[in-house]
Write a new protein. Structure first.
Lengths: 363, 290, 298
């Protein structure tokens, strides 16, 4: 059990600056997910914590030890890899026992711990098999088992579910979450899948181009994205963005573009004052759009033409054309919409996000 | 697919038979000769043996220095065949072991540690095959003499591994290069040192390719005739290959063929036992390495 | 940034050189020094029969080669030998590998049979071959072999029988090695590709030419290279099977004869070295093929 601190962490390769000034404090027993597109530096950060990459600048602390110069084996961590990295010539039992053997645990203790871990993961039957005789999901469990037998201070997960098929991924995700609740060990988890990040993380760290974009609890990232990148990355289907002009008319501020003219809701109006006459980016999540009814004020609704209908059962995704841009709306499954239908959509004024065009920061 | 017509099946079967006969006949023929009595050798059917005997093999182990009789007016020598066998065993085992140690070490360096220009190192080592060995024995003789190894088995232990190394290093380093780095990293995190990770994880999981390298080096070592006969001069220091080369065909044909078989059969058996692994290793090395 | 290479990397590189040391040491002693000696000797008139130190003669050994009919004859014979045996090995090896590629009853045994000629130690099998093809006159099959030799020699010239037997032996052993190598290659091709090809074309020949051959190219290239180099380096087998009575000299055997029997180290070295550049070209072509395979795989 330990906290992990990263201070001004940097990683430079010959040409690439992969991780830039990362500062992160991961609390004891916390499950933190690093998420971002490939090449954002999340894996490199994790590998620096593991000791598999040398640190170019900054400091990493695990527990109360600075680990910069410690080899991986002395950091008291365990890691689960995307390709599982099981030892192909060893049985499942030996795979899981390897770390304990290396640390000179007595035999009965090793047997006890492996049994215990195998029970937790439901792989008691597989202990005598070789990795190549296992399915992807089973290999994944063994890889996790190998990590938990040692009772390390920190678990590191490097995209552990990426090689599984969609159904198994959801199942393993739930199991990992349960496992963390049970073991209460600090965990750092890297993924490119924002759904995984949202469902697993106590806190989520969004990264891009080596920079941390935002750190926060999942719902905080969803409802208060710090910038346009985070807003677009978190949430599925992704947030719609439209470039609009800020205009003043009738004593109120309006967001204006071809085919769309909505009134700036009161809480935003104050912050938008400085942008009068400029262009900004408007962000609306698909789930914050609905079919306009007579109750919706005209100030918050607009016309749209249906381009694609995607019925998903519990909901319908509509790709609609508004002026020049195409946006996605997530509407009630009872809605009957056909290609080229003209319909009227309304938005939730208080859930609209707006971003500075230059800095891309949320206003 | 449709079941094959009878003529296709027959064609396939005869093709298989033909191939098998082509491959095995010379081996069979030599085996048959070695089991013949001199009488049958002269008067019998060359393709079969009616009264198989081991006397040709026994003859090889007759006490040294004894006169074995005359053929015409020529004196038949006896040979220290047992010494040759022991020498051969030492040379073969030693060379294969040395080849494997050196090539695994070099391949790990090139495939995993990747010093600057490792691709060129790998090519340069493989390129040793373009050097014609024709005359190398003359300067090699100087080298061997300088090292005080003339007429010594150690000279062969220096030369044989070098002949097998280029291919083995090339194959093994290609394989090592494409092993997922995570396997080694997992071991490092689990508490292994780099050396432990190598000996407990990398080496055991590479076993088929190491076996392939071993079989290749055995094949290389066992195919040499020239170097053995040039560098081993005293009868007691010779290998079976070099020794048999000194036989007089006209006098000792049957014993010589027996000697050929006595060496060939164990070597062939060992290779055959590992034949599947050899193919698997080559495949693994090529898929991963190329 | 290359200058700021980390301490760990520096340690890795040091270890790498340490691990390469045994190999490089062997290469230095067994290959580099002798080759250096050979290059130097080819520029001198060194001879064990001559007193005093060797004199530097520049390129005259090479110049003399160019006008030496023996040299051109040996070169021609070598090229014929290499081409014929390589073609034979490759054709048979490829055929064997394709035969083994599909399952049939007894395949394991046939595989073993095909593997054996290479596994049979050539150092002694060559002795066996020699006595089989040139048996002592008293054996039962000696008259038959004698007749065969007579016919071949009278049809193709003296020594043709010996030369043919060398080629036969070389092909017999080499086809086994290439068959196993190509079988390994075929095993490495994902079966889906063959199934795909089956849908694409009905003609087996087209499938073979358009799918199997391109995918096997690196293996074929490796096979050809090893076959050619072994043909060039095949001194001992030639020497053995013809018992030194060489009527069709290869470059290698001719150089050997010049050095050992005539004692002309200088010209012999020059002669032996003429093979190097040719093999180097073959090797470069091989590397190109492998590079392409690696790139398309990535």
């Amino acid at each position: 059990m330990a906290q992990v601190m990263m201070k001004d962490l940097n990683k430079k390769y010959d040409e690439v600056h992969a991780v830039k000034d990362v500062n992160l404090h991961i609390r004891d027993k916390e499950f933190v997910v690093l998420v971002g597109p490939s090449g954002c530096g999340k894996s490199t950060t994790l590998r620096m914590v593991a000791g598999l990459e040398e640190i170019t600048g900054g400091e990493i602390t695990i527990g109360d030890r600075i680990v910069n110069d410690l080899p991986p084996k002395d950091r008291d961590i365990a890691m689960v890899f995307q390709n599982y990295a099981l030892y192909p010539h060893m049985t499942v039992y030996d795979n899981m026992a390897f770390g304990l053997k290396m640390r000179k645990f007595p035999k009965p203790e090793i047997a006890k711990r492996v049994q215990e871990a195998a029970e937790i993961l439901g792989i008691q039957e597989l202990l005598k098999r070789k990795p190549r005789q296992l399915s992807g999901g089973q290999r994944q469990r063994v890889a996790v088992g190998r990590a938990i037998v040692r009772h390390p201070q920190v678990f590191l997960f490097d995209e552990p579910l990426s090689n599984l098929d969609a159904k198994l991924r959801v199942q393993m995700r739930v199991e990992l979450k349960r496992l963390h609740d049970r073991l209460e060990t600090t965990a750092i988890y890297v993924t490119h899948d924002q759904v995984e990040a949202m469902t697993l993380g106590d806190r989520v760290v969004v990264m891009k181009d080596g920079w941390i974009q935002q750190v926060g609890e999942p719902l905080e990232l969803y409802s208060k994205p710090a910038n346009r990148f985070v807003a677009g990355f978190i949430g599925s289907p992704a947030m719609n963005f439209m470039e609009v002009a800020v205009a003043e008319a009738n004593g109120a501020l309006w967001l204006d573009t071809t085919g769309l003219r909505v009134k700036v809701p009161a809480p935003l109006a104050g912050r938008l004052g400085a942008y009068k006459g400029q262009r900004i980016t408007l962000g609306i999540r698909p789930e914050d759009l609905h079919m306009a009814t007579s109750n919706d004020p005209a100030d918050y609704s607009f016309d749209a033409i249906v381009e694609v209908v995607e019925p998903l059962g519990s909901e319908i995704l509509l790709d609609v054309k508004v002026g020049q841009s195409v946006i996605v709306a997530r509407v009630d499954p009872t809605v009957r919409a056909k290609l080229n239908d003209k319909l009227r959509l309304a938005l939730h004024p208080e859930r609209v996000r707006i971003f500075d065009n230059k800095t891309e920061l949320a206003i | 697919m449709n079941p094959k017509p009878w003529w296709a099946k027959l064609g396939h079967a005869s093709l298989v038979l033909l191939v098998t006969v082509y491959c095995v006949f010379p081996i069979y023929f030599m085996l048959v000769q070695s089991l013949k009595t001199p009488r049958e050798d002269v008067f019998g059917n060359p393709f079969i043996v009616v009264n198989p005997t081991f006397e040709n093999f026994e003859e090889l182990f007759e006490r040294q220095g004894e006169v074995r009789g005359f053929v015409g007016s020529a004196l038949r020598r006896s040979y220290p065949f047992l010494d040759w066998l022991v020498n051969t065993l030492v040379i073969f085992a030693g060379s294969v072991a040395a080849t494997l140690v050196a090539s695994v070490a070099a391949a790990y360096a090139l495939g995993r540690l990747r010093p600057p220009g490792f691709r060129w190192w790998r090519r340069a080592i493989f390129a040793a095959y373009v050097i014609p060995q024709t005359l190398l024995f003359i300067p090699l003789y100087q080298v061997v003499n300088t090292l005080g190894l003339d007429d010594s088995l150690l000279a062969l232990l220096l030369i044989y591994p070098t002949m097998a190394l280029p291919f083995c290093v090339w194959m093994l380093s290609g394989y090592f290069q494409h092993l997922p780095r995570e396997i080694e990293e997992a071991a490092l995190i689990e508490g292994a040192s780099r050396a432990t990770a190598f000996f407990r994880i990398i080496l055991p999981m590479s076993r088929p390719v190491v076996v392939a390298a071993g079989i290749f080096s055995l094949g290389t070592v066992a195919s040499d005739f020239m170097i053995a006969s040039m560098f081993l001069l005293t009868a007691n220091n010779q290998t079976v290959t070099a020794g048999l080369g000194t036989f007089d065909v006209a006098l000792d044909e049957l014993a010589a063929v027996a000697g050929v078989n006595l060496l060939a059969i164990p070597v062939m058996t060992i290779s055959a036992l590992f034949a599947r692994g050899y193919v698997r290793g080559l495949t693994a090395a090529m898929v991963e390495g190329a | 940034m290359a200058a700021a290479r980390s301490a760990g990397r520096a340690r890795d590189i040091r270890l790498a050189y340490l691990l390469l040391a045994p190999t490089l040491l062997l290469f230095g002693v067994v290959i580099a020094y002798p080759v250096g000696w050979e290059v130097w000797t080819s520029l001198t008139d060194l001879s064990p029969l001559k007193d005093g130190s060797a004199e530097f003669v520049g390129l005259s050994n090479y110049r003399r080669l160019l006008v030496d009919a023996e040299f051109w004859r040996a070169t021609l014979v070598t090229v014929v030998y290499a081409v014929v045996t390589s073609a034979g090995k490759l054709a048979l090896g490829l055929g064997f590998a394709l035969l083994l590629a599909r399952p049939f009853r007894g395949r394991a045994l046939v595989f073993l049979a095909i593997f054996l000629p290479w596994a049979y130690p050539a150092g002694v099998s060559v002795i066996g071959w020699y006595w089989t093809l040139n048996p002592p006159t008293i054996t039962a099959y000696a008259p038959f072999m004698g007749h065969l030799k007579f016919y071949v020699d009278s049809a193709l010239g003296g020594g043709a029988w010996a030369f043919t037997s060398v080629m036969l032996f070389n092909v017999w052993r080499g086809s086994s090695f290439i068959a196993v190598l190509l079988l390994a290659g075929i095993n490495s091709i994902p079966p889906e590709l063959f199934e795909c090809a089956l849908l694409e074309s009905k003609s087996p020949w087209r499938r073979f030419r358009l799918v199997t051959v391109p995918l096997l190219k690196p293996f074929l290239a490796l096979g050809v290279f090893l076959s050619i180099t072994s043909a060039f380096a095949d001194l001992s087998n030639v020497w053995m099977l013809t018992a030194g009575r060489i009527v069709f000299p290869l470059v290698g055997t001719h150089a050997y004869w010049l050095a050992v029997k005539v004692g002309q180290y200088g010209p012999a070295s020059a002669l032996a070295l003429t093979m190097g550049p040719f093999l180097l070209v073959v090797l470069l072509v091989l590397f190109r093929l492998f590079d392409r395979a690696e790139r398309s795989a990535a």
